[in-house]
Write a protein that binds this ligand. Structure first.
Ligand SMILES: Nc1ncnc2c1ncn2[C@@H]1O[C@H](COP(=O)(O)OP(=O)(O)OP(=O)(O)O)[C@@H](O)[C@H]1O
Length: 261
């Protein structure tokens, strides 16, 4: 039971972005970190996987079923893509935007929320520690608080696949740890596949079950953090040296450094 992306080709105009990209099997219950330089195509890969962009070739399958065969509505229910842009454009409370996300699952979208929907929203708000902000207008929240509310919108829809585009980029250090631990827990508990794009290699090493390194439109390496981050492909991808070390607490630390010629 897994997500598998195979032989994906995608171009913007005549510019190739994804070139026969394959992820291997990404099992349910596991958190995968997608790392790679700016502009390497991480968001493009997510948009293709979510069905928002149409690849020229290749397949995205979940539990052995090609997602191209699903309606866009059904695909959106199964695969949630949380983009980097969580800017607030509506004057609604955190509770309301999470409830709206939940209600969007139903066809009778305008109907009053059921007790089950309200309960699901309250559970996600508690899970993400959003209680103190639940009644606040999202436009008044900090960027990090908004990012958490957006993760709440994703989780409340109970997708099978969660694609997160740098979900910790606006968070302080404590929140980064909380959010990554919450995402990993939610992934395990719900038995979903989560792939998160992330630039912080130490955070990826600490929380991900598997790391995928993206370079030149392909996955250059995939596997356990310890194996992948020690691979020369990471140095080549970023044009840095990479020093790996276990801290006294047993945490894998990644120290990139500029190599002097
Ligand atoms: N709509 C578009 N039209 C043309 N080119 C695009 C479009 N969107 C992205 N690109 C280009 O495609 C390449 C991959 O972009 P993408 O956003 O997928 O990279 P990324 O790895 O997510 O980057 P970052 O880490 O900076 O968020 C970049 O060179 C980008 O400029």
């Amino acid at each position: 039971m897994a997500l598998a992306i195979r032989d994906l080709d995608f171009r913007y105009g005549s510019t190739p972005i994804l070139c026969g990209l394959g992820t291997g099997e990404l099992p349910r219950g596991e958190l995968a970190a997608l790392v790679g330089p700016n502009g390497s195509g991480k968001s493009t890969l997510f948009r293709c996987a979510a069905g928002l962009l149409r690849p020229r070739a290749g397949s995205v399958s979940l539990d052995g079923r090609d997602l191209a065969g699903l309606s866009q509505r059904e695909r959106a229910r199964r695969v949630f893509y949380l983009s980097q842009d969580t800017e607030a454009r509506v004057a609604l409370s955190v509770f309301d935007i999470i409830l709206l996300a939940r209600k969007s699952l139903h066809r009778g979208f305008a109907l009053a929320a059921s007790a089950a929907d309200t309960h699901a929203v309250e559970a996600v708000i508690a899970e993400l520690g959003l209680g103190p902000f639940a009644s606040r207008d999202i436009a008044t929240l900090s960027g990090g608080q908004r990012q958490l509310a957006a993760i709440g919108q994703a989780l409340v829809r109970e997708p099978d696949v969660l694609l997160l585009d740098e979900p910790t980029s606006a968070l302080d250090v404590r929140r980064q740890l909380d959010v990554m631990a919450t995402i990993r827990e939610a992934t395990r508990r719900r038995g979903i596949v989560t792939v998160t794009a992330i630039h912080d290699l130490s955070l990826a090493a600490r929380f991900a079950d598997r790391v995928l390194v993206m370079n030149a439109g392909q996955i250059a390496q995939a596997g356990s953090p310890e194996k992948v981050l020690a691979h020369p492909a990471v140095s080549q991808t970023y044009a840095v040296g990479v020093h790996l070390e276990r801290s006294a607490r047993g945490t894998l630390l990644v120290e990139p450094y500029i190599q002097v010629p």
